[in-house]
Write a protein that binds this ligand. Sequence first.
Ligand SMILES: C[S@@+](CC[C@H](N)C(=O)[O-])C[C@H]1O[C@@H](n2cnc3c(N)ncnc32)[C@H](O)[C@@H]1O
Length: 208
Amino acid sequence: MNSWITSVLPAAPARVLDAGCGAGTLAAQLIAGGYDVTAIDLDPSAALAAGVPAVRADLAGFEAAPFEAIVMRMSLHHMEPMEMALNAAARLLAPGGSLVVDDFAWERADPAAATWFYDAGAVIGGRDLVADPANEWEREHGDLATGEEMLAAISARFDVKTLRRVPFLHRYLKCEGERAERLRTIEELRHPLIGLRVLAVSRGTDGT
Ligand SMILES: C[S@@+](CC[C@H](N)C(=O)[O-])C[C@H]1O[C@@H](n2cnc3c(N)ncnc32)[C@H](O)[C@@H]1O
């Protein structure tokens, strides 16, 4: 279970929307933890295949009874238009409800961080060495919302309670255990902190 997300969520059995649930791993963990979870995604097939009762929906047009919390793990930067998605989140949250965003500010990765990331991926994941890491990073992420854009759009609609910048690239490398912990430590010591963890609270309006 992601310890930061659960540390900021209201206690189970709170009603939680996992918006952009992907393969449903977080939703499954929250369900196992006793939460009343609604999981949505533009393409819920991977979550459904994993046994998570996810719903095919675009957050921007989603209608449901109010939620005590909405979680967006690595999904907000994909949502277009982001403003519509966050308006919907403001509308779907109960007054005082929590918006929990666990994402990353890709624009804060400098060339040294991009080089470290792709080199580590070549060793750990057996991928080809990337010739121009800075350009490759920009090519892979340049179409996504930046961290600053996400923060501005969240702040316009919610009261930001906490903002944490944390290591992120080691998570992207998808390895586990002691090796992941070492990568996290190296990343924290040597590179910009691009991970973005935002806890924000509903203002009790529809956010528009
Ligand atoms: C990188 S995946 C993250 C999946 C999951 N939250 C996780 O942490 O593993 C981003 C997901 O957001 C979904 N998504 C993008 N825009 C969306 C939208 N407007 N409404 C619902 N889901 C959306 C995509 O289909 C994709 O499955």
